[in-house]
Design a protein around this ligand. Structure first.
Ligand code: ADP
Length: 490
């Protein structure tokens, strides 16, 4: 099959968040399975050009219709760690992608509507006829409406679209200007609620709704999050339209990059290990204690690694620190927030616990330390309020660190409670709680600490169960191929 990814990010060349990892990881998996994959991205000025090999212009005069006129673009090609990537560079006074940042501009919807339009135009003019166009998040969500309303009639009748929503919070809402610019026009037609009309704003279109209505298949990043989007406030107003189109909507768990996250080969660890050399994990525990000046005593290390975002359940993370210290455990936190008041709050806790030999809070971003923490810690807490997929718990499982999670989104799909899950005992891999409050967190974290302290052999068994799971791109890759196969030729 020939698959074309259309996205605003791809790791490591243009990465802001998890979307970038998915675009790269899924593309690699599909190629490993023998499929032809190409990725189209905007040519941002601030991309990591050192991560692109052989960048060169391959299409010089791409004229993209835009409003009453057209914008002249150059298309570049280069390899990003083996992936074939095209980069679209518009030459216009709007300077869409030469602004020193990926996101955060008042004309955001025009920037990405233009990119999507340009990508469609590039396919048309350069005779690219992929079997599947796979679009990601609101930035490229207009591809499906553009395909079926314009390009299908201009020479692309057989292309099919799969759209993935990575976070329903960001949907792309814009006024009719976008319709005129992209050549869709006809606001009264598109403002229809069952087409692209936004439910809370009668004179606006919703890009994501457009993708839901027009795509041949819509996925999101975990089965539980798919259910939550349809049936709870996690759909941020799109629950109804998802329900209408539920026959072509589903959740596919993201994969974890098993090359980057491999305790057997990870160069950032003090000692490598796997299921059969688990004792080496404790060399990392000692190294972690040494690095963070923690006491070398008989206690489990509990950790939180991740953004300090309200989404992650900050009050419960804070509570976990005090609970762990009061119950015979150590705590290590690595995280930061772009919001000063959140960082300040954790700095305050850090100062308060400064003299405590069982606690270390590292407020910042440190990739290398993160690897050592995953390897050296015993238990990982993730009390998220919502979590579309979540990679941290998968990393924890791979590194033999027991996840204690709240049962939301991808966390509920990947972690199974040791005591209460309906899975067979050898498939249970962590602890799960439901309510977003302190007693619920304590009930799960308390059980985890208790097992470590009183039943070390069973704790080790739980670690082994977790390490045996395969959360690589292997399964999701096959799942996406099944979807592509299903929508192809329809
Ligand atoms: P989200 O996409 O909501 O941030 P995920 O669990 O999907 O959460 O991915 C988080 C990734 O970012 C993990 O690989 C985690 O190790 C990494 N990460 C987050 N914060 C930090 C930090 N402060 N230092 C190092 N790595 C971090």
């Amino acid at each position: 099959m020939y698959i074309l990814m259309l996205a605003s990010e791809c790791a490591p060349v243009a990465k802001v968040g998890g979307l970038a990892d998915v675009v790269f990881g899924l593309s690699r998996e599909l190629e490993v399975r023998g499929h032809a994959v190409e990725i189209i991205l905007p040519k941002y000025d601030r991309m990591r050009y050192d991560q692109i090999w052989g960048l060169q212009p391959v299409y010089n005069d791409l004229w993209v219709p835009w409003g009453g006129g057209a914008i002249h673009c150059t298309v570049f090609f280069g390899f990003v760690h083996g992936r074939k990537c095209f980069f679209i560079e518009p030459h216009s006074e709007e300077n869409f992608f030469n602004r020193g940042a990926y996101y955060g501009f008042p004309d955001e919807h025009l920037r990405f509507a233009f990119f999507t339009k340009a990508a469609m135009e590039f396919m048309l003019k350069s005779n690219k006829r992929p079997d599947i166009i796979h679009t990601h998040d609101w930035q490229t969500a207009l591809a499906a409406p553009l395909l079926y309303e314009i390009y299908a009639n201009q020479g692309m009748p057989f292309q099919r679209v799969c759209h993935t929503v990575h976070n329903f919070k960001h949907q792309g809402i814009a006024g009719e200007e976008v319709l005129w610019k992209t050549g869709l026009g006809r606001p009264e037609y598109y403002f229809d609620r069952y087409r692209m009309g936004d439910d809370s704003n009668p004179s606006a279109i919703n890009f994501t709704k457009g993708a839901i209505v027009y795509s041949n298949f819509i996925t999101t990043v975990s089965p539980r999050y798919a259910w939550e989007a349809m049936h709870t406030d996690q759909g941020f107003g799109l629950g109804h339209i998802l329900w209408v189109h539920r026959a072509k909507f589903g959740g596919v768990l993201n994969g974890l990059d098993y090359e980057m996250w491999n305790p057997q080969t990870d160069p950032r660890l003090a000692a490598n290990y796997d299921l059969h050399s688990l004792d080496n994990k404790y060399i990392n525990k000692r190294a972690l204690r040494g690095r963070l000046w923690l006491a070398d005593t008989y206690k489990p290390i509990i950790t939180y690694v991740g953004r300090l975002d309200p989404q992650k359940g900050l009050h419960l993370i804070r509570h976990a620190i005090y609970y762990a210290l009061a119950n015979g455990a150590q705590f290590v936190l690595l995280g930061s927030s772009p919001e000063a008041h959140i960082n300040d709050e954790f700095w305050r806790i850090k100062h308060e616990l400064n003299d405590n030999p069982d606690c270390h809070l590292e407020i910042g971003y440190d990739e290398e330390l993160a690897h050592l923490i995953y390897a050296g810690a015993d238990i990982l807490v993730l009390p998220s309020l919502f979590e579309p997929c979540g990679l941290t718990q998968m990393i924890g499982l791979r590194y033999g660190t027991i996840p204690v999670v709240r049962a939301v989104g991808g966390l509920a799909d990947t972690v199974f409670d040791r005591d209460w899950s309906d899975k067979p005992p050898n498939e249970r891999n962590g602890y799960v709680f439901h309510q977003a409050d302190e007693p619920a967190l304590e009930s799960a974290l308390g059980r985890a600490i208790g097992l470590w302290q009183h039943y070390p052999e069973q704790f080790r068994q739980l670690i082994e169960n977790g390490m045996r799971y395969d959360y690589s791109w292997n399964h999701p890759g096959q799942h996406y191929l099944n979807i592509y196969e299903f929508i192809r030729h329809r």
